[in-house]
Design a protein around this ligand. Structure first.
Ligand SMILES: [Zn+2]
Length: 286
């Protein structure tokens, strides 16, 4: 086996773009610090809505291929070289928004058997032996079927990997503290007249918003803000960026956060009130 760096971070996401929105600054920071950063994306986002009119013809498999390219560009911006698709490209397809007939497609991720899908992730875990796993909460942050399924698969894979010989010391869910979002939205209302966006999202539209007390870990990615914005721009079919804001295809502006927040759900919290490092307290073994 090739020698891996002593700190190893694994992130599990539903679609290309989720990693840059949620964890772009974190990924860039740890990659820059020499940690091994592995991204596993579960689908190619074939059912995403396309923003640029010039790319509006892309749909289904063609959109998936295009988004795969966007993901590669985003990873180059973040300095992340190890990025994979769960079970290989095209194994699981985008399930579409909750309640649509798309959810019944037998090839979609929502219909996947959790243990079968988790087995693909267990292979990655046993190969990389990460000390930290990052994924969504049990509602997938905001209720999208692929995000909920990514949560289930990631948590199940962590269990199965522990039985197979690698217990991931720390597991985190992506979070955003309510006070931070509320403050950012006050600024957004003031800035809106000067922005290329016309409408603001609401606090509860932001995935993973929770009471501040639930936040265990704050990763300051200010030094990597430019890389995060560039990675988000690389997902041009899905995101329009106008720093310090961005919009998705719903055309609702929201803050682009360069400090990223987490809730530790498995493992021991490092010392201090709030951790500032996902690896706090973990033994570094190669
Ligand atoms: Zn997504």
């Amino acid at each position: 086996m090739t020698e891996l760096p002593s700190r190893r971070l694994l992130l599990v996401h539903a679609h290309p773009d989720d990693e840059s929105i949620n964890n772009g600054a974190t990924m860039a920071r740890y990659a820059a610090e020499g940690a091994h950063v592995t991204l596993v994306t579960c689908t190619l986002g074939e059912r995403g809505e396309v923003i640029p009119p010039g790319l509006a013809h892309l749909a289904g498999a063609a959109l998936g291929q295009h988004r795969r390219g966007e993901l590669g560009t985003a990873m180059a911006e973040l300095g992340v070289r190890d990025f994979r698709l769960l079970g290989g490209a095209g194994r699981y397809s985008d399930s579409g928004m909750m309640g649509l007939p798309d959810n019944d497609d037998p090839g979609c991720f929502w219909q996947a058997d959790v243990d079968e899908a988790a087995a693909h992730l267990v292979e990655v875990i046993l190969e990389v032996r990460p000390q930290v796993l990052v994924t969504y909460d049990d509602n997938g942050g905001y209720g999208h079927p692929d995000h909920i399924q990514a949560h289930r698969v990631a948590m199940r894979a962590a269990e199965l990997a522990a039985e197979a010989g690698w217990k991931i010391p720390k597991v985190y869910w992506n979070r955003v503290p309510r006070s931070v979002v509320e403050e950012a939205f006050v600024r957004l209302q003031e800035d809106l007249p000067g922005l290329p966006f016309t409408k603001s999202a609401a606090v509860d539209d932001v995935p993973g918003v929770v009471a501040d007390e639930r936040i265990t870990t704050v990763v300051d990615g200010t030094a990597h803000a430019a890389a995060k914005a560039a990675a988000m721009r690389a997902h041009a079919t899905q995101i329009t960026v106008a720093e310090p804001y961005f919009v998705l295809s719903n055309e609702l502006a929201q803050p682009l956060l360069t400090t990223e927040y987490y809730e530790l759900v498995r493992g021991e919290r490092g010392s201090g009130e709030r951790e500032t490092d996902l690896f706090a307290g973990v033994e570094e073994v190669s």
